[in-house]
Design a protein around this ligand. Structure first.
Ligand code: ZN
Length: 350
């Protein structure tokens, strides 16, 4: 599926749907936890799963594992516009939640695998890193204090909950300790360590593993090369990004370059020329280090030398050193090192 397509909301589109459905079946209808903490790498479909789970709760005929998809509530959830769904994405200081949330809805609808870095690029340039701050939590508290119908569920998403500030997390603790009725707090996080233990201990934790080759290929609808699979690292969001024009041609050039370093292909010049056109060369070189790590023909020592060379080069390019010079130097160095028979077997004696 391409960015911009409409995401029909159905379990079939949700990676790890079997796992989620089996957990959720145990919770429904009356053992729904107050707070869920979903942990897993970016791009494995946590947002999509949250979207679907919210639909099962807010559907007029719900809570039910398979929402009807036809009622007014289902329709509003599909557009992420249901009044009982609260979304708290991380923001920079001084960006207003009211302005950011409509943008967030729109972006997530276009790409439910949206990454934190992609989201950051969409926000107005102000200072500071992205956080879910205490002000957002206070507003949520106010909103949730308003009464709703007895049986009506409310769902709160903390998107990238690892960005909650300490102060915000503390404010939330009170809310979760004396929770409003029929409210599910859903924390989506790529890491848990930044969250205080007091908060984590009040959540039921579900772990989202990286996606398998089969799952990624099913989502993409076609077989994937080993290089692309190695680079995607089990994340469909990352895979989608790698397939864009910012990356794909340069990953091919990178592979060509590596083949020439291994003397499988003659002249490295065309590959180097192409690499020099890459808008994000240091990032491409970091990807190259992953390709080297996964390369079946290199010994552990050769991998170490190769990865070290590429990562150092990525740093030096960030520091504005001449990329053409660096690439040619690395080419000569690695061609010599990788051809050295002493390095073939593995570790050299120190
Ligand atoms: Zn419905």
């Amino acid at each position: 599926m391409e960015v911009g397509d409409i995401w029909l909301m159905d379990w079939e589109q949700v990676p790890h749907a079997d796992m989620i459905r089996s957990y959720w079946r145990i919770c429904l209808p009356d053992r729904i936890p107050q707070a869920l903490l979903w942990v897993g790498p970016e791009g494995v479909g946590k947002s999509l799963a949250a979207w679907m789970l919210t639909k099962t709760l807010l559907c007029l005929k719900g809570p039910h594992i398979d929402p009807c998809g036809e009622c007014q509530d289902c329709r509003l959830i599909e557009k992420l516009e249901h009044p009982h769904l609260w979304i708290l994405p991380p923001l920079r200081e001084k960006v207003m939640l009211e302005e950011a949330v409509p943008l967030f809805r729109q972006q997530l609808q276009a790409n439910p695998y949206l990454s934190l870095a992609e989201w950051e690029l969409l926000l107005p340039e102000t200072k500071g890193s992205l956080i879910i701050g205490v002000e957002a939590v206070r507003r949520l508290q106010e909103g949730l204090s308003l009464a709703v119908g007895k049986k009506q569920w409310r769902v709160v998403w903390f998107w990238h909950a690892e960005t909650l500030t300490r102060q915000a997390a503390n404010a939330l603790l009170k809310l979760i300790e004396e929770p409003p009725q029929h409210t599910l707090f859903l924390f989506l996080a790529s890491r848990t360590e930044p969250l205080p233990l007091t908060l984590r201990s009040r959540c039921q934790i579900w772990r989202f593993p990286p996606l398998s080759r089969e799952e990624l290929e099913a989502l993409e609808g076609q077989p994937l090369s080993s290089a692309l699979l190695a680079l995607a690292q089990g994340s469909y969001g990352r895979l989608r990004r790698l397939r864009t024009s910012t990356f794909e041609p340069y990953i091919r050039a990178l592979q060509m370059w590596l083949r020439s370093l291994l003397q499988e292909e003659g002249d490295p010049a065309p590959a180097i020329e192409k690499l020099l056109q890459a808008p994000q060369l240091s990032e491409i070189l970091t990807l190259g280090a992953i390709l080297i790590r996964e390369h079946p023909k290199l010994s552990p020592t050769q991998k170490l030398i190769g990865m070290d060379t590429l990562l150092r080069m990525a740093d030096e390019i960030e520091a504005h050193l001449q990329p053409a010079l660096l690439l040619w130097e690395a080419t000569l160095l690695l061609r010599a090192k990788w051809a050295d028979p002493k390095l073939e077997g593995g570790w050299i004696a120190a």
